[in-house]
Design a protein. Structure first.
Ligand SMILES: Cc1ncc(COP(=O)(O)O)c(C=O)c1O
Length: 282
């Protein structure tokens, strides 16, 4: 007998949400972020629903290869890049694109002898402070790529830390200014916007937008619901009540008694928890 909890995936919702991305960023190419098995929706299933996107982005090279082998011909970008020379050979063989965000990757790329050319997204850290070269390091990194005859198209990218805050916020403006100052004199394609920036910061759209969460039907904002943004949920979790408890006023429920009854009540226990991907009660 199988457990009653189920995740139902609505592929038409993914397709619809991609059309919402197009509505907000009509002049940009779309790099659909499908990392972590398409945020748990199933990579190949999600990719089929998102097949009109001009590119896919993910972290895992084996997933990227699977996507290529499934017949997708568009750009497939590795958001953390590669971790060894061996992976560079895979990147070349499967015609993947790679982020380059630190010196070790630059050095491996310089040592690699390719048969063709590898497309690179060079990442600038403009304030997210996770991945990317500092503005001071950026020009040297770019020059290293430019003199490498095995590097093909170079795209400049960054990632925005606080685009989910109110429109026109200063953090996005500062990151954009930092990015533009570095990218200004370079006639290269650019990519900055995640879901929140697609929806709220049109001046960040540039050549490629990189939606993740909005494709799956969730709002990136605390102050606007998915429904208000016309995003459709791609996943619905359903389950059943498998036990009923009668509580007295003051009784606690679950780990740490996080829920406490403020009156006598009857409660239903639904099969499902954080191992199923359902967030713990807070
Ligand atoms: C580099 C990069 N771009 C885009 C995204 C998509 O972001 P979001 O889910 O906020 O749209 C992610 C996700 O973490 C990311 O790491």
């Amino acid at each position: 007998m199988s457990r009653p909890i189920q995740a139902l995936i609505d592929l038409s919702a993914l397709e619809h949400n991609l059309s919402v991305v197009r509505h907000y960023a009509p002049r940009s190419r779309v790099m659909a972020v499908v990392k972590a098995d398409a945020y748990g929706h199933g990579l190949l299933r999600a990719a089929d629903a998102l097949k009109r996107a001009e590119g896919f982005a993910m972290l895992e090279i084996d997933a990227a290869v699977r996507l290529r082998e499934a017949g997708y011909r568009q750009t497939i970008l590795l958001l953390e890049g590669f971790f060894s020379m061996a992976e560079l050979a895979w990147i070349e063989q499967y015609h993947l694109s790679t982020v380059v965000h630190h010196h070790e990757q630059l050095a491996m790329l310089s040592a690699y002898r390719a048969h063709g050319r590898l497309d690179v997204f060079l990442k600038l850290n403009t304030g997210m402070n996770r991945l990317g070269f500092t503005p001071e390091q950026f020009h040297a990194a770019l020059e290293t790529l430019k003199v490498n005859s095995f590097v093909g198209q170079i795209t400049l990218m960054t990632h925005l830390a606080r685009a989910d805050e109110s429109a026109g916020n200063e953090s996005v403006a500062a990151q954009l200014q930092c990015f533009n100052a570095v990218a200004e004199a370079r006639n290269l394609p650019r990519s900055l916007a995640n879901s929140a920036a697609i929806l709220r910061c049109p001046d960040t759209h540039a050549d490629w937008v990189r939606p993740g969460i909005m494709l799956y039907g969730a709002s990136p904002f605390a102050d606007r619901t998915a429904k208000e943004l016309d995003l459709h949920p791609a996943m619905t979790i359903s389950s059943k009540i498998i036990a009923v408890q009668q509580l007295k006023s003051g009784d606690g429920v679950g780990y740490g008694h996080m829920f406490r009854a403020d009156r006598p009540m009857r409660i239903g226990i639904v099969a499902g928890g954080y191992a199923d991907g359902y967030p713990p009660y807070r």
